[in-house]
Design a protein around this ligand. Structure first.
Ligand SMILES: [Zn+2]
Ligand SMILES: [Zn+2]
Length: 403
């Protein structure tokens, strides 16, 4: 299992993490780009779309206004390397919620002029300051997402799982400090350890204050004067890891389990590692289909089994065979509910059901004798011509009642 190549699929499961995000468009799609787009392409596409939908050009057009906001949001994220990385990994459902804060993206006032002069860049560069001018930057490594599939049996009764993955871990030689000795780390003089610097920039006729990562220490606030050799001053090394974790009984498909601080340590040492997320998918079962806490299956039976009733015993993921009692005079399409043999209902002491749909099995081949015997019975087991109309009506009535 490989870590890192972890782009989330766009499946209906993504709706589980919050209803409103379902309708949110992919940022790349918004800008008409593919995921490999370079910074220049992103900028170019933003500029041309922003000009097209700018409110100055589309007065009193609500549609254009919302497109303009959408384009800005997509650009704010994709033009920021750290945010883009997060987005590539988690999509719209980042752990910790929207990077723009609880209220989501609020839009910015980019003037039409800015779009020609490039003034928009400094507007967007201030979005993800982690507190902006005030306070220190939160220094933390990247989160990592690993996708892992489990059998329906494990999902049902729970169990221990193990994943092998190559992950970045704290360097043992320097204890993750990146320095070979205790004196090998210094507070960055350029930013006085703050990790951020404020610069004055001329944008058109205005002087604008721009806060950005300290170029000297890459925002870490510290500098390594005597780098640790085994990790080349990075404070972290790639290592094969065995990750063991417990899967709770009744886990849902798409559930993300979080392992605090098991993600990437910060490049350059110090800080806190990110978190490790394991996203669980449940493998298909040979005959059972999951529907919430219930399980569905189809059971093909012969005509005589339906007519006279029968008992069928079949292996079940909970470890105990399931016994299906088919009553006499059953019809194809009837369902039998086996109570309490579905998935555990989370946070309740109860299990869902197994719904068995009865089907009629029609054999491919029949011997001459069998054909003859059945033909001889067709008067009794078939449908006489004068009964057809009545039966059709009956069936229609039954369907209307929902039976
Ligand atoms: Zn080291
Ligand atoms: Zn610095």
């Amino acid at each position: 299992m490989l870590a890192h190549e972890v782009r989330l699929k766009k499946t209906s499961h993504s709706g589980r993490y919050g209803g409103s995000v379902l309708s949110k468009r992919d940022y790349y799609e918004v800008l008409g780009l593919d995921k490999q787009a370079g910074d220049d392409e992103i900028k170019k596409s933003f500029r041309s779309l922003a000009r097209k939908f700018h409110p100055d050009k589309n007065p009193d057009d609500a549609e254009a206004e919302s497109r303009f906001k959408e384009i800005q949001e997509a650009y704010a994220v994709l033009s920021n390397p750290e945010q883009r990385r997060n987005y590539d990994m988690f999509g719209h459902e980042q752990p910790g919620g929207s990077p723009f804060g609880p209220g989501g993206f609020q839009g910015v006032n980019v003037s039409f002029d800015d779009l020609f002069n490039g003034g928009f860049e400094s507007v967007f560069s201030q979005f993800f300051g982690g507190g902006g001018q005030s306070g220190r930057r939160r220094v933390r490594g990247n989160d990592v997402l690993i996708r892992h599939s489990i059998t329906i049996e494990t999902a049902m009764v729970g169990g221990e799982e193990e994943i092998e993955a190559d992950l970045l871990v704290s360097c043992e030689d320097c204890n993750g400090t990146a320095a070979a000795s205790a004196d090998g780390v210094k507070t960055c003089g350029t930013c006085s350890g703050q990790g951020r610097v404020t610069m004055n920039r001329k944008v058109g006729p205005f002087l604008q204050q721009v806060v950005s990562d300290c170029p000297e220490c890459n925002g870490l606030g510290r500098q390594i004067t005597d780098p640790c050799k085994p990790c080349r001053g990075e404070g972290r090394v790639q290592k094969r890891q065995t990750i063991k974790f417990a899967v709770p009984a009744g886990i849902g498909d798409g559930t993300r389990m979080r392992m605090s601080e098991r993600g990437e340590p910060l490049l350059g040492g110090g800080g806190r590692p990110g978190d490790l997320f394991i996203q669980i998918s449940i493998q298909e079962h040979d005959w059972l289909q999951r529907d919430g806490s219930d399980l569905l299956m189809a059971l093909p039976l012969g005509y005589s089994d339906l007519l006279f009733g029968t008992k069928v015993s079949i292996p079940h993921p909970d470890g105990e065979d399931i016994e299906i009692k088919v009553p006499a005079k059953s019809s194809p399409g009837d369902t039998i509910v086996v109570r309490g043999r579905g998935f555990p209902v989370q946070r309740r002491r109860r299990r869902g059901d197994v719904t068995v749909l009865l089907k009629l099995h029609v054999p491919d081949k029949l011997s001459k004798e069998a054909k003859k015997a059945i033909e001889a019975l067709s008067d009794e087991i078939g449908v006489a011509d004068d009964l057809v109309e009545n039966l059709v009506k009956q069936e229609a009535r039954r369907r209307r009642r929902g039976g």
